[in-house]
Design a binder for this molecule. Structure first.
Ligand code: SF4
Ligand code: SF4
Length: 467
């Protein structure tokens, strides 16, 4: 973006939409011809600004170009011939991809599609700094690979058991030398024992469905307890479970960061893994993964050998709260005397529209009281790997979310995404409060098993609960 763009933004925004010829990117502009941001979708924006108060970066900085409307304006400029500048890219990079603007927009602007198309263009057509490339290289050679992440568990557990992690944080040295690496280290959850799942698990009682389970990258390596709880709850609710050992990454991190070919490869492999397994549905317990897998049809629309298969696969994908809500309860619930603050993960609430189901499931537990979190639509700052790439705004958003959660007075925070759990846990710990953290299925599992509430809420004198 040029200075002129910023100064003229408000005035020129009024003309946006009428001057774009849909489907005809201007030669020499920011974008190549492979899926540039769709001009017709850009034209849907009527510049009303209803999205602004829900956009975390606009809330933080109050800058038009760091709002959905401003970012769409920059896409339009790129289509009209403006070359891709560092400044333009910095405004798109600062977007968390939280999709709160999609929920808020009364005109149905598909910002999710627009930012994905734009990010793929940025990855192809923009030269990043050497430092940025190195950080991205590290992140993307690690996070989408479950086996590599699992190898990190040993050294991380050692750091945590010896207390070296906390000692290192207190010195602030890593923060000053490499804030992105410091962010990565501070987000690591406290690791418990691995809990591998067998490849086939039979339903308890009468079988009501045969489902596949995505074990995930971060979920599988850092939150094995969530996968184990998911399997137990589904089993108790009458599901046979298929858990393919060879499954890899769903491609969410790659897709959300513009690494389109890499994301497509992961998606193809995921389809291959589950296609002949005989499952009726594929169950996901990580919000970011579920929203990407439901969008495989668009991701692979240009691939003649996968387009139809991707569509069929995407129709089978369900978040675990969705499928449990659809199936209805057969396993009896035991009381849990707990106050719970439920945090909507953006990629569950905004991207998949799954809000009522987890609340219904939690409220059906006798003794459990659900409390709503103020500013619930605002992202916690996790956003995939955003909190590693952009630690400062992510930290600010994390602290704002932590304060709103603590203000509920609840004993336990419940959410449905590993990224949110890590981000909010770390922010609440920094604020000096003690609070339990759990995935929705861990609470359901505790209730079905008749486990006491203390298995979810830590003793205030201890550090956070192991997972
Ligand atoms: S709410 Fe929708 S139409 Fe209004 S400015 Fe935002 S994106 Fe554009
Ligand atoms: S996706 Fe989130 S951060 Fe990005 S423009 Fe929309 S509301 Fe703002």
């Amino acid at each position: 973006m040029t200075n002129t763009s910023e100064q003229d933004a408000e005035g020129t925004l009024g003309e946006m939409g009428s001057i774009i010829d849909p489907g005809l990117p201007a030669p020499g502009g920011a974008f190549d011809e492979h899926h540039p941001p769709d001009a017709a979708l850009i034209g849907d924006c009527v510049h009303c600004g209803f999205c602004l108060p829900t956009c975390p970066t606009y809330v933080l900085w109050g800058e038009e170009m760091d709002s959905p409307r401003g970012r769409i304006y920059l896409m339009k400029e790129g289509l009209e011939g403006e070359p891709m500048s560092d400044s333009m890219v910095s405004h798109w990079d600062a977007c968390l991809g939280c999709m709160a603007c999609v929920t808020a927009c009364p005109s149905g602007v598909q910002y999710d599609t627009l930012i994905e198309q734009t990010r793929a263009q940025v990855e192809r057509n923009h030269e990043r700094s050497a430092k940025d490339k190195a950080l991205r290289g590290l992140v993307f050679s690690l996070f989408p690979y479950p086996r590599r992440l699992k190898l990190l568990r040993g050294p991380l557990r050692l750091l945590q058991k010896t207390g070296l992690d906390r000692a290192m944080r207190r010195t602030g040295l890593l923060d000053r030398m490499a804030p992105q690496l410091a962010a990565m280290e501070s987000l690591a959850p406290r690791l418990g024992k691995p809990q591998p799942l067998p490849p086939y698990i039979r339903a308890t009682g009468q079988r009501r469905a045969v489902v596949g389970l995505l074990t995930g990258c971060v979920q599988g390596a850092f939150f094995p307890g969530v996968n184990a709880a998911t399997a137990r709850v589904l089993q108790a609710e009458g599901c046979d479970l298929v858990v393919p050992k060879a499954q890899g990454c769903c491609g969410a991190l790659s897709v959300h960061n513009g690494r389109e070919p890499e994301g497509q490869d992961f998606a193809r492999r995921m389809i291959d893994t589950f296609e002949d397994s005989g499952v009726e549905q594929v169950v996901v317990n990580a919000a970011g993964c579920g929203s990407t897998m439901k969008d495989y049809a668009r991701l692979l629309e240009d691939d003649p050998s996968y387009a139809d298969r991707a569509k069929a696969f995407a129709e089978k994908v369900r978040d675990v709260a969705e499928i449990l809500d659809e199936l209805g309860t057969v396993a009896p619930r035991h009381p849990l005397d707990l106050t719970v603050a439920y945090h909507d993960a953006c990629h569950l609430a905004h991207a998949q529209g799954v809000r009522a189901q987890p609340r219904r499931l939690l409220e059906a537990i006798p003794g459990l009281e659900l409390r709503e979190v103020a500013e619930g639509e605002l992202c916690c700052g996790s956003a995939g790997v955003y909190n590693i790439m952009n630690p400062e705004p992510a930290r600010e958003l994390g602290e704002r979310k932590a304060a709103n959660i603590v203000a509920t007075g609840a004993e336990l925070l419940v959410t449905a995404n590993p990224g949110c759990l890590m981000q909010v846990t770390s922010a609440i710990e920094r604020s000096g409060h003690s609070m339990g953290m759990a995935h929705t299925v861990e609470v359901l599992d505790a209730s079905i098993r008749g486990a006491p509430a203390t298995t979810l809420v830590p003793d205030p004198s201890s550090h956070s609960r192991e997972i």
